[in-house]
Write a protein that binds this ligand. Structure first.
Ligand SMILES: [Zn+2]
Length: 528
């Protein structure tokens, strides 16, 4: 480390280093964007050129959201936001109000549609009164969509089709499409016709989004896609200055895709972004009946993986493992989790730990399968708000109804996975749930939404420290970056979140709205 640049001393009431050797400090010395050392602020002061005094604030390692879609999710911000609406009448009213502002023939777009509004029936365009106006509505799990008859006609869809994956165009008894499109391949047929936002407007929204994310306390994102125009957007921001958050991108490998395409972009990078792995899907979602379960859901669905031939899935994972590429595998149902973990364990046993794999979501898992994570073959990456923000303690929500009591009891086993010794990274899957890390940190401890109350959902909560570790040390372990991120320790990136009070001791309800005073990236304050 060069001693030519003077070191800067960050001083705070307390600095939770999350480093066993150093514990809690009051000073952290930074040079050239890296931590030099931590300790007592008064003792470090003689070694410092400049001092940044955070006063009564408390520092933690910078928070990293383990699962987001910062570019893909922006598209939805151009349409009607339906998240939180629970009745079909309110959905219809929201859509009608938006349609009234549009020109005839102009696309109506919306996102966040909760299937609970259909009262247990299969979603249809007719139930929402969608007609000739082209309309495209993303379900809240972003795996399925509803298209109006006008949109289906523009996309040339008039009946069922066969896909490479287990995607499906839902059709009525006479073979006519109902508008319900299950999983990506089917939804993309119509999404491809939705007019794209103006590039300049998209760039402005992206720049604003990452600024807002930084202001909420985030210093990093694991982006679970590398969709166009991700690269254009990050390059545009870095042409003007610096990204206020680090972004690691994971391009998709879907059934039928050539793995070589994802391999070709590995290592592509800018100053604060890089392509650092791939995202695969072994299944869909509980709400769509496409999550891969050990036994059928209450609708008789959930018995198929997204890959029609699991051998192809295994082959793709093997090629990626041998190439040393980290794989993040979406697996929501217990069967999907078990099968994926089994493949990861086999690859590790056969070839050694050539890459760092992780399983995304894990929404229901029996105790005997929880213990399989102790092998370390894959990390767990989980989103507490998917439980607390959408589910009801009385189990009247669509997810709980689909799974039935037994599997709801085994739902979202964050604490059990930690107890089993698993790495548990936390995140939001924004735009599926709000990106504010404080909400997740609070809800993970409460096992209910901090704003709802007082009855918790089934299952065990995390401790304050486990929740914080999910955004710091465990996020770094999940992406294989634990040697330089996730702690405040010598040689580590100087990324900190600056809190107005101690996030490890304030009650979770307070933590959810606790002011974040700033974030520090590479030793410099980037958001206040
Ligand atoms: Zn996602």
């Amino acid at each position: 480390m060069s001693s030519s640049t003077p070191a800067t001393l960050h001083v705070a009431r307390a600095i939770h280093t999350l480093d066993e050797r150093h514990g809690t400090a009051t000073g952290v010395l930074v040079r050239d964007g890296r931590v030099v050392t931590t300790g007592d602020a008064a003792q470090l002061r003689p070694d410092a050129g400049a001092v940044i005094d955070h006063g009564e604030a408390v520092l933690t390692p910078g928070l990293v959201d383990g699962h987001t879609h910062p570019v893909h999710g922006l598209e939805g911000t151009f349409g009607v936001e339906l998240t939180g609406i629970r009745t079909v009448a309110e959905v219809r009213a929201a859509l009608a109000e938006a349609a009234a502002r549009l020109a005839p023939g102009q696309w109506l777009c919306a996102r966040g549609l909760n299937p609970v509004v259909f009262g247990g029936s299969v979603p249809t365009a007719a139930a929402l009164g969608l007609g000739e106006r082209p309309a495209f509505i993303d379900m809240y799990d972003a795996h399925s969509a509803l298209a109006s008859p006008g949109a289906l006609r523009r996309a040339g869809i008039d009946g069922p089709r066969t896909f490479t994956s287990a995607s499906r165009i839902d059709c009525d008894a006479s073979g006519r499409p109902t508008g319900y499109l299950l999983e990506t391949e089917a939804a993309e047929l119509v999404r491809a016709f939705v007019p794209k936002p103006e590039p300049r407007e998209l760039a402005a929204r992206f720049a604003q989004l990452v600024r807002d994310m930084a202001a909420s306390g985030l210093t990093g994102l694991h982006a679970m896609d590398f969709d166009h125009p991700s690269e254009d957007l990050v390059r545009a921001v870095e042409a003007e200055g610096d990204l206020p958050v680090r972004i690691g991108f994971n391009p998709w490998v879907m059934p039928g895709d050539d793995v070589a395409t994802a391999l070709a972009v590995q290592g592509r990078r800018g100053r604060r972004w890089q392509v650092e792995g791939v995202k695969l899907f072994v299944d869909g979602t509980i709400d769509g009946g496409t999550g891969w379960l050990e036994y059928a859901d209450t609708h008789g669905e959930g018995l198929d993986p997204l890959w029609r031939d699991l051998g192809d899935f295994r082959e793709a994972l093997t090629r990626l493992h041998l190439a040393g590429v980290n794989c993040a595998v979406h697996a929501i149902g217990d069967r999907g989790v078990r099968e994926t973990l089994g493949i990861c364990a086999d690859l590790r046993a056969t070839y050694g730990p050539l890459a760092r794999h992780r399983i995304e979501h894990i929404e229901t898992l029996p105790p005997e399968h929880v213990d399989l994570f102790a092998s370390g073959a894959a990390a767990a990456s989980m989103q507490p708000l998917h439980c607390t923000f959408f589910n009801e303690p009385d189990r009247s929500d669509n997810w709980s109804r689909r799974l039935g009591d037994h599997r709801v009891d085994d739902g979202f086993p964050w604490a059990q996975l930690r107890d089993a010794g698993a790495v548990v990274a936390l995140g939001t899957d924004w735009p599926i749930a709000p990106y504010d890390p404080r909400w997740t940190l609070a809800d993970a401890q409460l096992r209910r939404h901090f704003d709802a109350g007082p009855e918790p959902l089934a299952g065990e909560p995390l401790t304050a420290l486990q929740a914080l570790e999910g955004y710091t040390t465990h996020a770094a372990l999940a992406s294989g970056e634990e040697a330089h991120r996730g702690r405040i320790a010598p040689g580590y990136d100087a990324d900190f979140t600056v809190w107005s009070a101690d996030p490890l001791t304030v009650p979770p309800e307070e933590l959810a709205v606790l002011p974040v005073v700033g974030t520090v990236l590479d030793g410099a304050v980037v958001a206040v």
